[in-house]
Ligand binder design. Structure first.
Ligand code: GLA
Length: 668
């Protein structure tokens, strides 16, 4: 059998009991049972795509017509000399047919198109349809262990390290063009780095200092070559954070017009909002370009005629001419996909699991469903940053948060089985105490501290800190006399978050801690979160690879994590930071595993985050969609929208949905 890390977390034998001096209880991490029986062949790193020149190229027929009218330059002038070539050998259904619509349904709403300045596009895969990043992570789930030497190339086609691994020189693909025909080159990369990541006035998605340390510099060598210099040796792993939303340049030729460094009449606020969600079309490098946005209804994207990827027969990708994002709810994404009116869902809303599974089992169901390992974990993060608390009460609260016994008390007060059942009945939920989720290749039960449900222990820990209910109102008091009330930020658009937070609130009330949920609309959630203006927050965080959105989880870089931004670290927290450094600076698998285990131990025995439950997710894909590789995980190295390689998906002509805007591309 060829099980990869995909199932590793689920096949574990009985977890070893953990004993740690100083811990009140260190029970073995509960054993779990597998929900997935997936098996698939692993492949080599070079099997999926390469860079090169083919003898001839072809394009979607309607583009040839646009070339004839002069609306577009000929294909040869739109493609790089050596495009990315997707190989037929690993396409499960082979080379595709052009045309049709890929239908997404999402719960998010686009904030704006200026992703370089940190704006999101509503998630659910819009960002990954329009952004291209220096490297790529999603397809790595399919690659065999011995070939897992860091991220896959993308905009950066290759790179070389100096002897002591303090410099990496990256070579960009040459001749790739933005969707308006402008050349993509190192000026776009420099603008991304200097004027966004490194500009303290811009809240980019890559936290300053989180990429290889605070002193990392970038230098342009020529139009297609640049170099990062680090103050200490790094490894391939550090480059993983150049994927997804963190390492994806925006169009500098467009954005400079409103960036204060280049336009003294502009402001940073104006810069961030320079590409409003209702102004179409943004200039992108991705396979599809937004052409219509009807608020709360629909975003339509059309194929990008300048896309820099082809298949082995020379056909320019993508195969789908149009992509839809119906603006609905996350739960509706699953409902519509099961019903066949949507093509794709990361089924991650456990409340839908039983019904969706039942429906997708019948032979005439329009959808295929496959469960993966537990990669979705929910947790509460307490803000440890006393310096930025708004008032004395906030300062006192955050000082208490820094007490390990307080956090362990919260963790012991949670009945995680009950929380799981509140979200979905059945075998889906598993307890989660923070750290790597069981579906992570770095999860190891033996290094995972587990605080079992025990109100007596929780009460004893709180009492021991002198947090007594002095006024008899059922709520424990801070040393200054105020009630302990945790104002917990949460995402208002996620039903499963709210159910858990409510269950958690009633459980914590039983040990004298009050929880005050503060739901915030998803569109604004990230902005509030990034600002650090919360005492505590609750939500789903994927902690599978430490390099994925690192600043959400780990003390890497001066202003990280986002729940301790001014860098006043607790001693064990510094230990986590050191372990992270060790992890990203080594290419040796044994050293990395050891660093990951140190992280896991420190994260869980100190209850750095208060985890609740972890769930598996199932990927739902409409059966008419070809080339969706069986076993694609909802989340592993990246979300499924990237892992499934959408530019390579297709539908046979007789099964294609009618396009809303046939024959057209974005206009500038
Ligand atoms: C949201 C969804 C996920 C996934 C990501 C992609 O977070 O909940 O399932 O689609 O967007 O960015």
């Amino acid at each position: 059998m060829n099980y990869s890390h995909l199932t590793r977390g689920l096949l574990m034998s009985s977890a070893a009991a953990i004993s740690m001096a100083g811990q009140v209880v260190a029970e073995g991490f509960p054993q779990e049972t597998s929900l997935s029986g997936l098996e698939y062949e692993l492949i080599g790193r070079e099997d999926i795509y390469t860079y090169g020149a083919l003898e001839s190229y072809s394009e979607a027929p309607f583009l040839t017509e646009l070339v004839a009218t002069g609306a577009l330059p000929p294909l040869a002038d739109r493609l790089p000399a050596e495009p990315i070539i997707f190989k037929t050998g690993v396409m499960v259904d082979g080379v595709g047919e052009y045309g049709g619509v890929f239908r997404h349904v999402i719960g998010g709403r686009p904030e704006g198109w200026n992703w370089a300045a940190g704006q999101h596009q509503g998630w659910g895969g819009i960002n990954m349809a329009i952004q291209e990043c220096l490297v790529r992570q999603g397809p790595r789930w399919q690659i065999r262990g011995e070939d897992q030497s860091g991220p896959l190339p993308n905009l950066a086609r290759s790179w070389t390290w100096n002897a002591d691994a303090t410099e990496v020189t990256m070579n960009l693909i040459e001749g790739a063009k933005w969707s308006d025909g402008d050349m993509f080159d190192t000026e776009d990369v420099r603008f991304w780095w200097e004027d966004n990541v490194q500009d303290a006035n811009v809240t980019s998605r890559m936290a300053a200092g989180s990429f290889g340390g605070a002193d990392t510099t970038m230098e342009v060598i020529d139009d297609f070559t640049f170099k990062f210099t680090f103050s200490s040796p790094q490894s391939e792993t550090v480059l993983e954070s150049l994927a997804y939303i963190q390492g994806c340049p925006g169009p500098s030729h467009v954005l400079k017009k409103s960036h204060p460094t280049y336009n003294s009449n502009s402001t940073y606020e104006a810069y961030t909002g320079a590409l409003p969600a209702d102004e179409l079309s943004p200039v992108v490098l991705g396979a599809w370009v937004p052409v219509v946005h009807r608020p709360d209804e629909l975003v339509v994207l059309r194929r990008n005629p300048f896309y820099f990827k082809v298949d082995e027969s020379g056909q320019q990708l993508p195969y789908f001419n149009e992509m839809h994002f119906r603006l609905s709810t996350w739960g509706d994404r699953t409902t519509q996909t099961v019903a066949g009116t949507g093509d794709f869902s990361n089924m991650e809303d456990p409340a839908n699991f039983v019904e969706a599974l039942r429906q997708s089992q019948s032979d005439d169901s329009p959808v295929r469903a496959a469960f993966g390992p537990r990669v979705l974990g929910w947790r509460m993060d307490l803000n440890y940053d006393v310096n930025t608390a708004e008032d004395e009460y906030g300062q006192a609260l955050r000082a208490i948060f820094r007490e390990t016994d307080f956090r362990l008390g919260l963790s012991h007060a949670l009945d995680r089985d009950a929380i799981g059942q509140a979200v979905a009945r059945g075998p889906f939920a598993h307890p989660y105490t923070g750290g790597f989720q069981t579906g992570s290749p770095y999860f190891d039960a033996a290094n995972t501290a587990y605080q079992e449900f025990d109100q007596d222990i929780a009460n004893a820990l709180f009492d021991g800190l002198g947090l007594i209910d002095t006024d008899g109102n059922g709520v424990r008091n801070l040393p200054g006399g105020e009630d302990i009330v945790l104002d917990v930020l949460s995402n208002a658009n996620r039903g499963e978050d709210r159910k858990q937070l409510d269950a958690m609130a009633s459980q914590l009330a039983e040990v004298g801690i009050r929880v005050q949920p503060r739901p915030i609309d998803e569109t604004n959630f990230d902005t509030v979160e990034a600002s650090g203006a919360f005492d505590a927050k609750f939500g789903r965080i994927n902690f599978i690879l430490p390099t994925f959105e690192t600043c959400r989880s780990l003390p890497a870089g001066d202003a990280c994590p986002i729940f301790n931004q001014s860098g006043d670290r607790m001693p064990f927290e510094q230990g986590i930071a050191d372990a992270y450094e060790a992890f990203v600076s080594s290419d040796n698998p044994a050293d990395k595993a050891e660093a990951a285990q140190t992280m896991q131990t420190l994260l869980t025995e100190n209850a750095y985050s208060i985890g609740t439950v972890q769930f598996p997710a199932a990927l739902l894909i409409n059966k008419r969609i070809r080339n969706a590789h069986p076993g694609t995980p909802v989340f592993m190295y990246e979300w499924a929208e990237d892992a499934v390689i959408r530019e390579r998906l297709w539908t046979a002509a007789d099964q294609q949905e009618a396009e809303l805007f046939p024959g057209t591309v974005a206009e500038y």
